[in-house]
Design a protein around this ligand. Structure first.
Ligand SMILES: [Zn+2]
Length: 538
């Protein structure tokens, strides 16, 4: 039987000998094609000058490593006009002139490298009968040529963290095909602009609200319409609203406080020990709100895709979110809140019941209470004690402002009453919202404006933006006014974002994919390697 049926070789190559061990297969192979073409003048020649041997690694054979001992020939070039007198035989689709492995083995290693890019890749390759090293695996990936450039009409651009939120890269996405078309090593305007200049086809650029990408689009694709991503716009509006809410809550609180503190024991609602939690610092609260806005945007995107008839599995792939998460979100039917952070165990915990009982007995002096529990063995700082007393004090204020339910809200929990679709609020939430709007005319006004804006977003009614901005300008809501000022600066793009179908939801999903690939790579792998892996990812 012809051995090349089981182990295919290019036409004209003959297996002369086979040596088999448990882990390896050594083949002696000879090239027999009567002629070969000169690489310089392409003329065929049959005049053999000499023979020589090449040793090559080849693709594995049923898990065995394969070595080829290949006899190839040198030919004379008989073309008198050709400068080359002697040339070596070429096997263009099988092995490159100076390579030590065949093209097909190289391709197998590339596939393993792209799929793993980690230490696991070497183990896997060896298991499959391909001896390799980390360097080889990485080199194979780096050798991959850039993919043929696809024409991009609708470009999505965003940044992503390259290194611990300190270094950023740029991701460029074809919004029609949902392909990542390129990664750039930074997020500077010039870099992105240069990239865009190479692609005069770009008709629209969907971007965040930052100045860098706006500048990039203006310089690199002046022909394109700018589209400010509407989720980013909503996020900015939400942030403005949060500031306004915080201000109004202070006002409501101040107005509802009676001049004489009520000493009635019943009105002194006191927080339970389980609920006790030191208040969150402002910057932590802000970061959490931002994360939440991001989650909310993704959630909305998931719902939109489902409504468009997409299956959870496809949505998961598209968005780069686990399928289980998608199913959970869709099953819950409402925006899924992140789980609350767990309270850190503190050494104060054991002493809290004692301090609480002393507080109830009328002790208000933090220093005195701290001293008392220190005698009982408390080793922590006074700060925890003071913060606890602060919480108790607030609980009293809340109690005195009863039956107003409003105080139980912080600005960032109340905000979700304001930005959610009123239809999706349950009865209790509707009551809470009504109470807010009754308590403050400012809040009522803000609520109407915000809901109007959101309906503009959902119904893609960008043509109403101008009127909306005028209403905000003539209101006395300074927080929304500064949001409006920001919109004015970038109005055409925001209007386009409120009108066009395109948005950056897909881009955010793909950023997640890039992060996933980055995490699988060797330590702090280079940007160039990351780019190769992402662009050639299956
Ligand atoms: Zn020649």
């Amino acid at each position: 039987m012809d051995a090349t049926l089981l182990f295919p070789l290019p036409e004209g190559m003959l297996i002369e000998d086979v040596q088999v061990t448990e882990t390896s297969l050594s083949l002696t192979v000879r090239a027999t094609h009567p002629t070969s073409c000169c690489p310089l003048c392409s003329q065929a020649s049959s005049s053999i000058h000499s023979h020589y041997q090449r040793t090559l690694s080849d693709a594995s054979c049923v898990g065995r490593q394969v070595q080829l001992s290949l006899t190839v020939r040198r030919f004379y070039c008989r073309n008198r006009l050709c400068e080359r007198k002697v040339f070596t035989e070429r096997l263009p689709r099988f092995v490159q002139p100076w390579a030590r492995m065949t093209i097909r083995l190289s391709q197998h290693l590339q596939a393993v490298g792209l799929a793993t890019s980690g230490r696991g890749g070497i183990k896997l390759a060896v298991r499959l009968g391909m001896q390799t090293s980390r360097q080889t695996l990485l080199r194979r990936i780096m050798e991959l040529p850039d993919l043929p450039e696809e024409s991009v009409l609708y470009l999505g651009i965003d940044d992503f963290s390259l290194w611990r939120g300190q270094r950023f890269g740029t991701i460029l996405v074809n919004l029609e095909t949902h392909h990542i078309v390129d990664l750039l090593p930074d997020r500077r305007a010039e870099t992105a602009a240069t990239w865009m200049q190479q692609r005069p086809d770009i008709m629209a650029v969907s971007r965040d609200r930052g100045v860098e990408y706006a500048k990039a689009a203006a310089d690199g694709a002046p022909q394109a319409i700018n589209v400010a991503d509407r989720f980013h716009v909503v996020k900015n509006l939400t942030e403005a609203l949060q500031l306004l809410l915080a201000r109004c809550q202070e006002e409501i609180k101040a107005a509802s406080q009676t001049p004489e503190p009520c000493q009635d024991e019943q009105s002194k609602q006191v927080v339970s020990l389980e609920e006790w939690r030191p208040p969150e610092p402002a910057h932590v609260e802000k970061a959490r709100l931002a994360r939440r806005a991001g989650r909310y945007a993704r959630y909305q995107q998931v719902v939109e895709l489902q409504e468009g008839g997409m299956k959870p599995k496809e949505i998961a792939q598209r968005m780069g979110i686990a399928q289980r998460t998608i199913r959970r979100w869709l099953a819950s039917g409402t925006f899924p809140e992140a789980r609350k952070r767990r309270k850190r165990q503190s050494s104060f915990e054991v002493f809290a019941p004692y301090v609480l009982s002393r507080w109830k007995a009328g002790e208000r002096n933090g220093l005195a209470l701290w001293r008392e529990i220190k005698e009982q063995g408390y080793t922590g700082t006074g700060r925890t004690v003071y913060r606890y007393l602060e919480t108790l004090k607030q609980a009293e204020v809340k109690a005195s402002a009863n039956p107003q339910r409003l105080q139980k809200f912080s600005a960032n929990t109340a905000i979700w009453l304001f930005v959610r679709d009123p239809e999706s609020l349950d009865e209790m939430e509707q009551k809470d919202l009504a109470a807010f709007c009754q308590a403050s005319i400012t809040l009522k006004k803000a609520y109407d404006l915000v809901q109007d804006f959101l309906s503009m977003v959902h119904k893609r009614e960008g043509h109403r933006l101008e009127t909306w901005l005028e209403q905000v300008t003539s209101s006395n809501l300074s927080e929304l006014q500064s949001f409006a000022t920001g919109v004015e600066r970038d109005k055409a793009a925001v209007q386009a974002g409120l009108t066009w179908w395109i948005n950056n939801g897909v881009v955010e999903g793909l950023v997640t994919k890039v992060k996933l690939i980055k995490r699988q790579m060797y330590g702090r792998a280079s940007f160039a390697l990351l780019r190769q892996r992402v662009l050639h990812a299956l």
